[in-house]
Design a binder for this molecule. Sequence first.
Ligand code: COA
Length: 213
Amino acid sequence: MVYFIRPIKDEDIPELNQIDREAFPTMWPATNFKREMENIMAHYMVLVDGDSSNQAGPKTNINIWKWLWNCIYHDSTILQPVADHPKVIGYGAIWVMAGSAHLVSVAVREAYRRKGFGELLLISSLKEAIKHKCFEMTLEVRVSNIVAQNLYLKYGFAIKGIRKKYYLDNHEDALIMTLDSIDSPDFPAKLKGYKNSHTRKWKTTPGMAELAS
Ligand SMILES: CC(C)(COP(=O)(O)OP(=O)(O)OC[C@H]1O[C@@H](n2cnc3c(N)ncnc32)[C@H](O)[C@@H]1OP(=O)(O)O)[C@@H](O)C(=O)NCCC(=O)NCCS
């Protein structure tokens, strides 16, 4: 298996809708990926299973009934069936505004979690922010989302504040977490250090070495 990260394409949208429904089941309105692709502030990257995308033509084991059910009952914007064997494993997205990178989302398919992919998407998002000369990365995270908070804390994000009743579904508070000074001269070396320890940890995962190098 070979995984890689690349910018979003139109063809990813059905799978991204699927990932969003799984990762953020109560989020409303759902992410409009098509509109985000036209947003000049937004930078979306997807983590792709390279073996799956190398195969020519559509996947054969599409569950058409599951697809129809999703179209009718969950998301009428899905226009193409989604293959049972996923090509897109996860995605990360930032919005760049006035030199600040807002981490809009990072999500990994449930079946692929705890394998280091979330970290890779965060590293790529940070690289993208550096490319756009941002001085910080900031985000909101549910107070109950300890998993994501752990990921951000691991990469040096600090809790800077709280947005009361930020989430519309259950009025949960959001923590504001920020990683400062990503434009400092020593940050690229620090990021490289994070990447190297990630490579050491996950070198036994097929495809991970190619992706992480
Ligand atoms: C948050 C998310 C992207 C993490 O992805 P992942 O691929 O499972 O994460 P990784 O395997 O790269 O783990 C990276 C770090 O995250 C933290 N983490 C991941 N899973 C965890 C768990 N089950 N419990 C506690 N910490 C966890 C740890 O700090 C971990 O580092 P470690 O391996 O050294 O302990 C994933 O859980 C997800 O998609 N969740 C739903 C969407 C979401 O909540 N996104 C964040 C919105 S703000």
